[in-house]
Design a protein around this ligand. Structure first.
Ligand SMILES: [Mg+2]
Length: 195
């Protein structure tokens, strides 16, 4: 294995280990400019195969490692075609893993239900939590959720609602994951000093 590849894997593994230590149970990932590198405008009219090359490898790897460690993973997005995302996930992950990733997109009925008004990704996360509860009676607290999103408004709102949040920058890579993991650990240590 090349050193570079090894470094990348270490960054992802470190972050997921830290998330587990901090009690995270749900990893919510945005679609546009987070899992994929560009903003689709909410719809994709070309073939799903063409989306595969637009996926950010570090976000895919992060999702895979979370799935390997039995964390719940979901996509929360204003993108309007969940079937496109589900087909893409089948191409990126083993079938048994892809089937475990819940997707809450801005379908027509979801937009209507929420009167076309959304507070960050909170409605999406709430819908995922309901689905997880109905499927496996899982109860997940706000502080056991982390959102990965490229939109600062969404990550700010997520933190106001008690979640953890990672702001995805244009050039995001595994080093950023490592730094974020260190910051989370440091914040936890500070908290324990204050107690
Ligand atoms: Mg986005």
């Amino acid at each position: 294995m090349s050193r570079r590849r090894n470094d990348r894997e270490v960054g992802v593994a470190l972050l997921v280990t830290t998330l587990q230590k901090r009690g995270i149970q749900l990893v919510a990932v945005d679609f546009d400019q987070t899992l994929i590198t560009f903003h689709s405008g909410g719809v994709w009219k070309d073939s799903v195969d063409k989306l595969v090359s637009k996926v950010r490898p570090c976000i895919r790897d992060l999702m895979q490692t979370c799935l390997d460690r039995h964390l719940n993973v979901c996509i929360v997005t204003y993108f309007m075609q969940p079937w496109v995302i589900k087909e893409l996930l089948q191409k990126l992950f083993r079938r048994s893993d892809a089937d475990r990733i819940l997707v809450q997109a801005n379908t027509a009925s979801f937009r209507e239900k929420h009167n076309h008004e959304f507070l960050g990704k909170e409605a999406h996360i709430a819908a995922i939590l309901t689905e997880l509860y109905n499927k496996c009676h899982l109860k997940i607290r706000p502080d056991e959720i982390i959102l990965f999103d490229d939109d600062r408004d969404n990550t700010d709102i997520a933190m106001k609602f008690g979640h953890k949040a990672f702001l995805v920058q244009e050039d995001v890579n595994e080093r950023d994951f490592e730094e974020f993991a260190k910051d989370l650990d440091a914040a936890e240590t500070r908290k324990s000093w204050i107690k």
